[in-house]
Write a new protein. Structure first.
Length: 230
Protein backbone atom coordinates (compact mmCIF):
# COMPACT_ATOMS: atom_id res chain seq x y z
CA UNK A 1 0.00 0.00 0.00
CA UNK A 2 1.46 3.33 -1.11
CA UNK A 3 0.18 6.43 0.70
CA UNK A 4 1.01 10.01 -0.30
CA UNK A 5 0.60 12.74 2.31
CA UNK A 6 0.82 16.38 1.23
CA UNK A 7 0.25 19.77 2.85
CA UNK A 8 -0.88 21.85 -0.12
CA UNK A 9 0.03 25.24 1.40
CA UNK A 10 -3.37 26.87 1.19
CA UNK A 11 -4.29 24.77 -1.87
CA UNK A 12 -1.42 26.16 -3.98
CA UNK A 13 -0.10 22.70 -4.86
CA UNK A 14 -3.46 21.17 -5.82
CA UNK A 15 -2.52 21.15 -9.51
CA UNK A 16 0.25 18.62 -8.71
CA UNK A 17 -1.98 15.90 -7.28
CA UNK A 18 -2.80 13.97 -10.46
CA UNK A 19 0.87 13.73 -11.41
CA UNK A 20 1.83 12.71 -7.86
CA UNK A 21 -0.75 9.95 -7.80
CA UNK A 22 0.24 8.61 -11.20
CA UNK A 23 4.03 8.85 -10.97
CA UNK A 24 4.22 7.23 -7.52
CA UNK A 25 1.42 4.69 -7.93
CA UNK A 26 -0.48 6.04 -4.94
CA UNK A 27 -3.22 3.82 -3.51
CA UNK A 28 -4.25 6.45 -0.95
CA UNK A 29 -3.71 10.20 -0.76
CA UNK A 30 -4.07 12.25 2.43
CA UNK A 31 -4.20 16.04 2.06
CA UNK A 32 -3.89 19.00 4.40
CA UNK A 33 -4.55 22.72 3.78
CA UNK A 34 -6.88 21.99 0.88
CA UNK A 35 -9.72 24.14 -0.37
CA UNK A 36 -12.22 21.33 -0.10
CA UNK A 37 -14.80 23.18 -2.21
CA UNK A 38 -12.35 22.97 -5.12
CA UNK A 39 -11.39 19.30 -4.83
CA UNK A 40 -12.54 16.92 -7.59
CA UNK A 41 -14.40 13.69 -6.85
CA UNK A 42 -11.63 11.74 -8.59
CA UNK A 43 -7.93 12.23 -9.15
CA UNK A 44 -6.78 9.65 -11.67
CA UNK A 45 -7.85 6.29 -10.29
CA UNK A 46 -8.35 7.73 -6.80
CA UNK A 47 -11.79 8.54 -5.44
CA UNK A 48 -12.58 11.09 -2.73
CA UNK A 49 -13.61 9.30 0.45
CA UNK A 50 -14.40 12.47 2.37
CA UNK A 51 -13.24 16.03 2.97
CA UNK A 52 -13.75 18.25 6.01
CA UNK A 53 -16.50 20.85 5.69
CA UNK A 54 -15.92 23.23 8.59
CA UNK A 55 -12.35 24.26 7.76
CA UNK A 56 -10.98 27.24 5.91
CA UNK A 57 -8.00 24.96 5.19
CA UNK A 58 -9.33 21.43 5.05
CA UNK A 59 -8.37 17.77 5.06
CA UNK A 60 -9.18 15.13 2.46
CA UNK A 61 -8.59 11.42 1.87
CA UNK A 62 -8.61 9.73 -1.54
CA UNK A 63 -8.40 5.98 -2.19
CA UNK A 64 -7.94 3.74 -5.23
CA UNK A 65 -11.46 2.55 -5.88
CA UNK A 66 -10.51 -0.72 -7.58
CA UNK A 67 -8.60 -1.77 -4.44
CA UNK A 68 -10.59 -0.34 -1.53
CA UNK A 69 -14.10 0.50 -0.46
CA UNK A 70 -14.81 3.27 2.06
CA UNK A 71 -16.83 1.84 4.95
CA UNK A 72 -16.94 4.73 7.42
CA UNK A 73 -15.44 8.19 7.93
CA UNK A 74 -14.93 10.50 10.88
CA UNK A 75 -13.87 14.15 10.97
CA UNK A 76 -12.90 15.45 14.39
CA UNK A 77 -12.14 18.78 16.03
CA UNK A 78 -9.22 18.63 18.46
CA UNK A 79 -8.11 20.87 21.31
CA UNK A 80 -7.64 24.39 19.93
CA UNK A 81 -4.60 26.64 20.04
CA UNK A 82 -4.74 30.43 20.30
CA UNK A 83 -4.03 30.53 16.56
CA UNK A 84 -7.19 28.49 15.96
CA UNK A 85 -9.32 30.80 18.08
CA UNK A 86 -8.05 33.97 16.40
CA UNK A 87 -7.60 33.02 12.73
CA UNK A 88 -9.88 29.96 12.60
CA UNK A 89 -7.96 28.08 9.90
CA UNK A 90 -9.12 24.60 10.90
CA UNK A 91 -12.05 23.46 13.01
CA UNK A 92 -11.40 19.78 12.20
CA UNK A 93 -7.80 18.58 12.38
CA UNK A 94 -8.37 14.85 11.93
CA UNK A 95 -10.06 12.93 9.13
CA UNK A 96 -10.14 9.14 9.46
CA UNK A 97 -11.45 6.62 6.95
CA UNK A 98 -12.11 2.90 7.51
CA UNK A 99 -11.36 1.03 4.31
CA UNK A 100 -12.12 -2.47 3.13
CA UNK A 101 -9.29 -4.11 1.18
CA UNK A 102 -11.35 -5.72 -1.58
CA UNK A 103 -8.84 -8.42 -2.53
CA UNK A 104 -8.07 -9.60 1.00
CA UNK A 105 -11.41 -8.92 2.67
CA UNK A 106 -9.68 -7.17 5.57
CA UNK A 107 -10.21 -3.67 6.95
CA UNK A 108 -7.83 -0.89 7.94
CA UNK A 109 -7.94 2.75 8.99
CA UNK A 110 -6.10 5.61 7.28
CA UNK A 111 -6.18 9.19 8.53
CA UNK A 112 -5.07 12.65 7.46
CA UNK A 113 -3.90 14.78 10.38
CA UNK A 114 -2.86 18.43 10.75
CA UNK A 115 -1.55 19.55 14.12
CA UNK A 116 -1.68 23.09 15.49
CA UNK A 117 0.99 25.45 14.09
CA UNK A 118 4.33 26.28 15.71
CA UNK A 119 2.80 29.17 17.63
CA UNK A 120 1.28 26.50 19.92
CA UNK A 121 3.18 24.50 22.52
CA UNK A 122 4.40 20.97 21.91
CA UNK A 123 2.26 19.91 24.85
CA UNK A 124 -0.88 20.97 22.96
CA UNK A 125 0.21 19.12 19.84
CA UNK A 126 0.90 16.01 21.94
CA UNK A 127 -2.63 16.31 23.33
CA UNK A 128 -4.00 16.54 19.78
CA UNK A 129 -1.98 13.51 18.63
CA UNK A 130 -2.99 11.45 21.67
CA UNK A 131 -6.67 12.30 21.20
CA UNK A 132 -6.54 11.64 17.47
CA UNK A 133 -5.01 8.18 17.90
CA UNK A 134 -7.54 7.26 20.58
CA UNK A 135 -10.49 8.43 18.49
CA UNK A 136 -9.35 6.53 15.41
CA UNK A 137 -9.68 3.28 17.36
CA UNK A 138 -13.41 3.94 17.66
CA UNK A 139 -13.69 3.62 13.86
CA UNK A 140 -12.74 -0.03 14.24
CA UNK A 141 -11.23 -1.45 17.44
CA UNK A 142 -8.10 -3.56 16.84
CA UNK A 143 -7.86 -2.60 13.16
CA UNK A 144 -4.50 -1.48 11.72
CA UNK A 145 -4.21 2.32 11.85
CA UNK A 146 -1.99 4.63 9.79
CA UNK A 147 -2.16 8.37 10.54
CA UNK A 148 -0.11 10.63 8.27
CA UNK A 149 0.10 14.37 7.85
CA UNK A 150 1.65 17.60 9.06
CA UNK A 151 2.51 17.13 12.74
CA UNK A 152 4.26 20.54 13.09
CA UNK A 153 6.73 18.86 15.44
CA UNK A 154 10.29 19.61 14.22
CA UNK A 155 12.10 19.14 17.57
CA UNK A 156 11.98 16.74 20.54
CA UNK A 157 10.50 13.98 18.38
CA UNK A 158 12.25 11.36 20.55
CA UNK A 159 10.00 12.36 23.45
CA UNK A 160 6.96 12.29 21.16
CA UNK A 161 7.97 8.82 19.96
CA UNK A 162 8.06 7.53 23.53
CA UNK A 163 4.62 8.94 24.31
CA UNK A 164 3.15 7.55 21.09
CA UNK A 165 4.66 4.15 21.89
CA UNK A 166 2.91 4.21 25.27
CA UNK A 167 -0.36 4.25 23.30
CA UNK A 168 0.69 1.23 21.27
CA UNK A 169 1.76 3.16 18.18
CA UNK A 170 5.06 3.68 16.38
CA UNK A 171 6.32 7.00 15.04
CA UNK A 172 8.19 6.82 11.71
CA UNK A 173 10.02 9.69 9.99
CA UNK A 174 10.76 10.04 6.30
CA UNK A 175 14.27 9.70 4.88
CA UNK A 176 14.87 13.48 4.68
CA UNK A 177 13.36 16.71 5.95
CA UNK A 178 9.96 17.78 4.68
CA UNK A 179 9.94 21.54 5.32
CA UNK A 180 12.55 23.93 3.94
CA UNK A 181 10.97 27.38 3.67
CA UNK A 182 12.72 29.01 6.65
CA UNK A 183 16.23 27.95 7.68
CA UNK A 184 15.50 28.05 11.42
CA UNK A 185 12.35 25.94 11.07
CA UNK A 186 13.61 23.34 8.58
CA UNK A 187 13.14 19.72 9.55
CA UNK A 188 10.78 16.76 9.64
CA UNK A 189 7.21 18.02 9.92
CA UNK A 190 5.35 15.38 7.90
CA UNK A 191 5.52 11.78 9.14
CA UNK A 192 3.44 8.83 10.28
CA UNK A 193 2.17 7.12 13.40
CA UNK A 194 0.90 3.59 13.04
CA UNK A 195 -0.18 0.40 14.73
CA UNK A 196 -0.68 -2.98 13.09
CA UNK A 197 1.35 -1.93 10.02
CA UNK A 198 4.73 -2.97 8.71
CA UNK A 199 6.25 0.32 7.50
CA UNK A 200 8.64 -0.55 4.69
CA UNK A 201 9.74 3.03 4.01
CA UNK A 202 8.77 6.69 4.13
CA UNK A 203 10.34 8.73 1.37
CA UNK A 204 10.36 12.51 0.99
CA UNK A 205 9.38 13.42 -2.56
CA UNK A 206 10.70 16.38 -4.60
CA UNK A 207 9.43 19.81 -3.64
CA UNK A 208 6.63 21.39 -5.64
CA UNK A 209 4.56 24.53 -5.11
CA UNK A 210 4.08 23.95 -1.37
CA UNK A 211 6.50 24.87 1.40
CA UNK A 212 6.05 21.26 2.57
CA UNK A 213 7.46 18.35 0.60
CA UNK A 214 5.08 15.43 0.01
CA UNK A 215 5.94 12.08 1.56
CA UNK A 216 5.35 8.57 0.22
CA UNK A 217 4.62 5.88 2.80
CA UNK A 218 4.99 2.25 1.71
CA UNK A 219 3.28 0.02 4.26
CA UNK A 220 1.40 -3.24 4.69
CA UNK A 221 -0.89 -4.51 7.45
CA UNK A 222 1.22 -6.78 9.66
CA UNK A 223 -1.20 -9.70 9.31
CA UNK A 224 -0.94 -9.65 5.51
CA UNK A 225 2.82 -9.18 5.73
CA UNK A 226 3.17 -12.22 8.00
CA UNK A 227 1.01 -14.36 5.71
CA UNK A 228 3.00 -13.31 2.65
CA UNK A 229 6.36 -14.01 4.29
CA UNK A 230 5.15 -17.38 5.59
Amino acid sequence: MRVVSYNLRKHRAASELAELAESHGADIMCLQEADTSDLPERIGGLRLAHATQRNRLGLAVYYRENEFRAMDVRALALKKSLHDYVLKPAEERLLGVRLLDIDHGSELIVASFHAAPLTALNSLRRHQIRTALSELQTLGPSLPVLMVGDYNYPVFKENLGLRVRDQGYELTLSDSRTYTRYRFFRGHYDFATSTGFDIESIRTLPQGLSDHLPILVTAEPEQLYSERVA
